[in-house]
Design a protein around this ligand. Structure first.
Ligand code: MTE
Length: 314
């Protein structure tokens, strides 16, 4: 994300080869463009549906857009601990051990504790939620996450009145995460949210996707999901959750403060210095689509930023 200037990008990173070669998606793109080849006429359902999560709005938080395939979601990733190319996380993470796992809750909180993952998750009701996800690099996906609202955890551990922010830290294991042997970024990866963002009902701690445990490349065994923010806020493989009164530094902000702010809300009006944010390419689709304010979640989140200058607070 940071370390490659536009001129360095290989064509495969701008539009992966399989998009050009994938006949099904070409046909779908053609029909979207009004060329008139409805994909259902060309392919029987069994040939088109592959491993897709069933379509359709179910819960109040679900997107009704078509979800990406399990393959898209698990082979086109950003997880710099395993390398900087989109295929690196899937290719280099086989040696990573997400079990056993502990999560430390600390800072301005009434019930600090260290949990093993099973005990950490046990009190919460897991839900499947279909969210639109938008990466700052200009691609997007629709992902059926499995997890529980971060607000449920906050109710249980009880942040004190001093706590204004919550921070998250990824595991540091260079022996299992080859990218951590190089200084692409400062390790461990850290992220943070303001307390009202953490309490927003959309904010999930995810433990799975497609109804299965999280694959390593997607942040096993525990990651953050904030669908109205650019994807890099969604910190993976979390081992520490800390409550604090000060706005925390975050990994990408430390790397390039002029490019990545603390808020990182999806905003088509404010371009990143190297990428327009006005439109996006949904992985698996041929044509670009418009990016929506707060990634389409304005009704649920815009009020948290009322009165803030979103150009300054990017
Ligand atoms: N978390 C950690 N620890 N390390 C990372 O490099 N990359 C971020 C985010 N979380 C990253 C991370 C970025 S840039 C994006 S776009 C999303 O993870 C990608 O999530 P996905 O691969 O599950 O789609």
């Amino acid at each position: 994300m940071l370390i490659k200037r536009t001129g360095d990008l290989k064509t495969s990173e701008i539009t992966p080869e399989h998009l050009y070669l994938n006949r099904r998606d070409f046909i779908r793109g053609a029909s979207a463009a009004g060329i008139g080849l409805a994909s259902s006429l060309v392919f029987p359902d069994s040939a088109r549906s592959d491993d897709r999560w069933p379509r359709g709005k179910k819960g109040p938080y679900d997107s009704d857009e078509e979800v990406n395939t399990f393959k898209d979601i698990t082979t086109y990733n950003n997880f710099y601990e395993f390398g900087v190319d989109k295929s690196d996380p899937a290719a280099n993470s086989a040696g990573f051990q997400p079990k056993p796992w502990t999560v430390r809750i600390d800072g301005d909180v009434k019930k600090p504790a260290t949990y093993n993952l099973e005990d950490f998750i046990k009190p919460y009701k897991l839900e499947d939620r279909i969210y639109r996800m938008r990466c700052v690099e200009g691609w997007s996906m629709v992902i059926p996450w499995r997890g529980f609202p971060l607000s449920d955890l906050l109710k249980k551990v009880e942040p004190t009145s001093r706590a204004k922010f919550v921070t998250f830290e990824t595991v540091y294991r260079p022996a299992q995460m080859p990218g951590q042997k190089q200084r692409f970024l400062e390790w461990p990866y850290i992220e943070g949210l303001r307390m009202d963002e953490a309490l927003n009902p959309l904010t999930l701690l995810a433990v799975g996707l497609y109804g299965k445990d999280l694959p390593t490349q997607n942040g096993a065994p525990l990651r953050l999901v904030t669908p109205w923010k650019y994807g890099f806020k969604g910190i993976k493989s979390i081992v520490k959750i800390n409550f604090t009164d000060k706005e925390p530094r975050t990994t990408w902000n430390i790397s390039a403060p002029g490019e990545y702010g603390f808020y990182s809300n999806v905003n088509p009006e404010v371009d990143h210095p190297r990428w327009s944010q006005k439109s996006e390419r949904r992985i698996g689709e041929f044509f670009k689509r418009k990016t929506l304010m707060f990634n389409g979640y304005a009704d649920q989140v815009a009020s948290m930023y009322a009165g803030m200058d979103l150009r300054k607070n990017f």
